[in-house]
Design a protein. Structure first.
Length: 1048
């Protein structure tokens, strides 16, 4: 489209935007006049009503954000309509809706609609405005009114639909507005994402199933934005009121950072709290790391419960007995209760789960009832007055048995009396932990200086004693949830008994004293009557590509569940800088780098991050204050524990080893610090880098240390080694990096070869391993797969280069990138063979170094000795082999014998080297047939797995089927038999979990007997396409039905 045509469209949209602003201003004026008139109505009601109307007026404030973000054209039965979508709902002069708020059901439905599916939307146009002026637009969906729906789509249209869906789900589709937004300067305040929200984010914002929603996502995936936009969506769609929602953040820095998001969305009145402010009270004390760990542990709840129980003194009433009777005299009437009755009442009340004061009152009431039974009818008419006199007479034995005590006094006694602490924590805390908790108490209760962990314990005690619960909410949104302690989680559960929560976090960013192995371990501390659902965000929007890949090894060290991140942004020069300085030059180096970054212009923000205990923090702050005066707030020096959830244009990270070595959560804190930037990361250090970071230009030094690996039985190796990769390679040490074998998620089953791969290409003889660099992306991929440090990844990949250049298979892709392969391992080099840009392998655990040394895989051994009580099995035994893994034995076709890892690997390589089907196939026929199959499988409710070699694996009606598409015209038995045997070989070699294997043909087999013969002899089904239907033995499965044999 020419520039003139685009300008005409912009002018057209400008007219609509101008009208929207006029209508919004008119609504604001009407609300203001109503508020003014009502304020004068009555002195009694005007204050509350004026505040209410003031909130209404404030909802029209846009804070400089654009009102209209989208145009939507619809074709419906009533005719064509045009709506605009924006931050506020706006009605036109006639009272009709002109701008639909983004959170309304209609706007959400329009935004979710895909162009490849049947729908009412014919145009969805994104608008970009500066204030009220339209400056650009982007048509993300354009569909002719008479365009056929996907139900009548041709296979070619289905192919386009699938490709578009994958692009959208992967976030790879070009979005010019999003890319521009990612590049804008950060001013210290988070903005809403109404203009650029993606479908996967919107789906989570509008998640409406009951229970808790857990959103796991790495840095820059938009977790915080999702949580805050979800608050507005919940309110706008009448799920809750503002007073019923609580937002919990990790720090005041974080709350300040996100403070403008909800107001910009028109949402006010929602309570926001730091997690340390959940429990009211004066917090000014300081715990040691060990004290904080113990006090915040879930076991502390048991200690507190036992401490409360120990305040009850069984048998204390005995000193008030007269013989075996408790006697009192009321109004000259003698009353008595036998000791045996008192004991029965006490035992009944003591076992109750009610608060202590409630049980005390119940004990008193039952004693009084027993005595009232002895009072004459005439005296009973005194009612409550008589009951009060009896109760007063029983005060001695009741107080002796159930002494009153406040939570503050009881907690002081617990921590300040070693005997009380020992009795309450017996069998729960170790002697060392009890000793760590013991402390001297202040002279008076009011002088105690409690810590945030103490306040949580005090709240638990208060509930155990009095039953007084904190304010409750119907929904809680909590960010950076991976750092919540068990006691903080219990406090959240008390505030939201419905279990309706939005839990946002990233386990790899855990920085606290309690590291949760997975989200199930965290949610176990919450009361969730409706359960919880985990959703994962995998696409990083904010963080530069090289920075993200550089940070991955730190994430691997912090969490075993770390996966390889997908980043939206392409690598750019200058994203990452590492420099080693002399100690005396560090402060000046920080100041000079900050000045250099600010000089680039654009009002960019710079954050200098150092360890909390770093002696450099104050010096850096002073140096920045005395240097050239930048704009206020542009440069900030922050402790690593204060930057969770924040973002800055540029980050200068100082002495990263101090952060990673600073106790529990060090790797997580380093990962957080590394991933706070949107433009550049600078790492300045005077000492050595942690093993999770690598300066690719620094020399590799060999120094003796303890072997970093494990033996096959999980024992840590204690041998000494000077090997750069940390593996001693001595007998008995298998070089395993984890104590137990783990099965990677989403691992490759075959090193697929792309179409057009030139297997005859060879690198120039001048290419040498020493001249090839290893990219951060390759190190990250290696680290995730093998749970390695960045240094280990660098060393091992370099060793692989030497082997693969001389002994590996070489091939060149059509895009110019090089493949170096050997025994199921692959290195990908850039076009000039100057850098390793990717690492791939089919091996589930072993690296090339282990494989070459002849080390066996533990995965093939794991389940032979697996404890079935710790892991649910669908069958009595399960054999898992070195990747690819063997499948359960299906009834048809019969599975051959157990998979031999070495044989399977060689067979996979043989099949990969001989097939090369991609080059020989007629892509148009192949694509037609294959996408028809996939489309019909989708309609049957399956989620087909699009495997690299072109086969399709899916689950239908409780069965798994492996399909191979054969588009060629040769459908004779000889060809079908060859393909069937190869498919069976591929299934065995890859360990594909398939109950059925099936050949897919474009036409019936040439011989009528061939399909029954293949099914009977080999157990392989054959189906083919006739007109718009499928024929053959397994055709029923595509419609989601079992075959007759399966039903039998």
């Amino acid at each position: 489209m020419g520039s003139n045509a685009r300008q005409r469209i912009i002018e057209q949209e400008q007219t609509a935007v101008d009208r929207a602003h006029r209508c919004l201003e008119r609504q604001r004026g009407q609300t203001t006049r109503l508020a003014t008139a009502d304020a004068a109505a009555s002195a009694k009601d005007s204050v509350a009503q004026h505040e209410e109307y003031a909130r209404w007026v404030a909802q029209y404030e846009l804070g400089g954000q654009q009102l209209v973000v989208q145009r939507v054209d619809l074709q419906e039965e009533s005719g064509d309509e045009t709506f605009y979508v924006g931050r506020r709902s706006v009605r036109d002069e006639d009272g009709n809706v002109f701008v639909v708020k983004w959170s309304s059901p209609a706007a959400v439905r329009w935004r979710r609609e895909r162009g490849t599916e049947k729908g009412a939307v014919t145009l969805r146009r994104r608008l970009r405005c500066h204030g009220e002026r339209v400056v650009d637009y982007h048509d993300e969906l354009v569909r002719k009114a008479d365009e056929p729906s996907s139900e009548q789509a041709s296979p070619a249209q289905v192919a386009v639909a699938i490709r578009a869906r994958k692009e959208q789900e992967a976030g790879t589709a070009q979005d010019p507005f999003l890319l521009r937004e990612l590049d804008r300067s950060r001013d210290g305040l988070m903005r809403d994402i109404v203009e650029t929200i993606h479908r996967d984010q919107l789906d989570l914002v509008c998640h409406d199933r009951p229970g808790a929603l857990v959103v796991q996502g790495g840095p820059g995936t938009g977790k915080t934005a999702i949580g805050l936009h979800r608050v507005t969506w919940l309110l706008d769609n009448d799920h809750f009121t503002p007073g019923q929602i609580l937002v919990v953040g990790p720090s005041q820095y974080f709350l300040d950072y996100v403070s403008e998001v909800l107001p910009s969305l028109g949402t006010r009145g929602v309570t926001s709290l730091r997690v340390d402010d959940l429990c009211p009270g004066r917090s000014g004390g300081h715990d040691t790391a060990e004290q904080h760990r113990i006090k915040s542990d879930a076991r502390m709840a048991g200690v507190l419960r036992q401490a409360v129980r120990q305040t009850v003194r069984a048998g204390a009433w005995s000193k008030f007995l007269d013989g075996d009777q408790l006697r009192i005299r009321v109004d000259e009437s003698p009353l008595a209760v036998a000791e045996a009755d008192i004991e029965r009442i006490f035992d009944e009340v003591l076992e109750s789960d009610a608060p202590l004061n409630t049980r005390r009152q119940r004990f008193t009431d039952l004693l009084v009832d027993r005595m009232l039974d002895q009072v004459s009818y005439r005296h009973r008419r005194q009612g409550q007055a008589l009951r009060r006199r009896i109760t007063s007479s029983l005060a001695g034995p009741v107080n002796a048995t159930w002494p009153r005590i406040s939570e503050n006094r009881l907690y002081r006694r617990l921590l300040g009396d070693a005997q009380v602490l020992g009795q309450a924590s017996e069998g729960v805390l170790t002697a060392e932990e009890q000793s760590a908790l013991y402390r001297l108490t202040a002279a008076q209760t009011g002088q105690e200086s409690w810590t945030s962990a103490d306040l949580l314990c005090l709240e638990e005690l208060r509930i155990l004693l009095t039953g007084d619960t904190p304010d409750r909410y119907r929904h809680i949104v909590v960010d950076e949830a991976q750092n919540l302690t068990p006691m903080q989680l219990r406090a959240l559960a008390r505030r939201c008994p419905s279990g309706s929560l939005t839990i946002l976090g990233d386990l790899a960013q855990s920085t606290g004293t309690h590291s949760h192995t997975d989200w199930a371990a965290l949610t176990d501390h919450l009361e969730l009557p409706d359960g919880w659902e985990l959703q994962e965000l995998t696409l990083g929007y904010r963080i530069p590509s090289q920075v993200m890949h550089t940070a991955v090894p730190a994430a691997v060290a912090a969490s075993e569940l770390t996966t390889f991140p997908e980043t939206l942004r392409e690598p750019r020069d200058g994203e990452l800088t590492m420099a080693r300085l002399a100690p005396e030059d560090l402060i000046d180096g920080v100041r000079e780098r900050a000045t250099e970054l600010l000089a680039k212009g654009g009002e960019r923000s710079v954050a200098v991050i150092a360890d909390d205990a770093s002696p450099h923090l104050k010096s850096i702050t002073d140096a920045l204050a005395t240097g050239p005066a930048p704009a206020e707030g542009t440069v900030r020096a922050l402790a690593a524990s204060d930057v969770s959830g924040l973002e800055f244009d540029h980050v200068i990270l100082v002495e990263p080893r101090q952060i990673s070595d600073a106790g529990p959560g060090g790797h997580g804190r380093l990962y957080v610090a590394l991933t706070r930037c949107t433009q550049t990361l600078t790492v300045l250090h005077t000492g050595s880098l942690p093993d999770t970071l690598v300066d690719p230009f620094a020399p590799v030094t060999d120094h003796e240390r303890t072997c970093t690996r494990h033996h096959a039985d999980g024992q840590r190796c204690r041998n000494r080694t000077s090997s750069p990769d940390g593996w001693c390679r001595q007998p008995g040490c298998g070089g395993y990096r984890t104590r137990r074998a783990r099965r990677p998620e989403g691992q490759q089953t075959v090193l697929g070869s792309p179409a057009g791969l030139d297997t005859g290409a060879r690198l120039e003889p001048s290419v040498r391993a020493a001249t090839i660099t290893v990219s951060a992306a390759a190190r990250a991929r290696f680290a995730v797969r093998h749970r390695a440090t960045a240094r280990e990844a660098e060393v091992e990949i370099r060793a692989m280069l030497g082997d693969f250049l001389t002994e590996g298979r070489q091939a060149r892709r059509t895009d110019g990138y090089w493949h170096l392969e050997r025994d199921g391992y692959r290195l990908v080099l850039d076009r000039s063979a100057a850098s390793v840009v990717d690492y791939q392998t089919v091996h589930a655990e072993r690296s090339w170094a282990q494989h070459r040394a002849g080390i066996d895989s533990r995965i093939s051994q794991r389940t032979r000795h697996n404890d079935t009580t710790t892991r649910h099995r669908d069958t009595a035994t399960e054999r898992i082999e070195e990747q690819p893994m063997s499948a359960p034995t299906p009834p048809v076709p019969p599975q051959p014998g157990p998979q031999d890892p070495t044989a399977a690997e060689h067979l996979r390589l043989f099949l990969a080297g001989t097939a090369q089907r991609e080059e020989a196939r007629d892509q148009s026929v192949y694509g037609f047939l294959r996408h028809s199959l996939i489309a019909d499988l989708y309609r049957a409710g399956s989620r087909p797995d699009d495997q690299e070699n072109g086969d399709v694996l899916c689950h239908l009606s409780g069965l798994s089927v492996l399909y191979r598409v054969l588009p060629e015209e040769d459908t004779g038995y000889e060809r079908l038999r060859r393909e069937a045997l190869e498919l069976l070989e591929a299934r065995w070699a890859r360990g594909a979990e398939a109950d059925r294997v099936c050949l897919v043909l474009p036409a019936p087999p040439e011989e009528d007997w061939s399909a029954p013969a293949l099914l009977g002899a080999l157990g392989v089904s054959v189906i083919w396409r006739e007109a718009d239907t499928w024929r053959g033995e397994n055709a029923a499965l595509i419609a989601g039905e079992r075959t007759h044999a399966d039903r039998a």
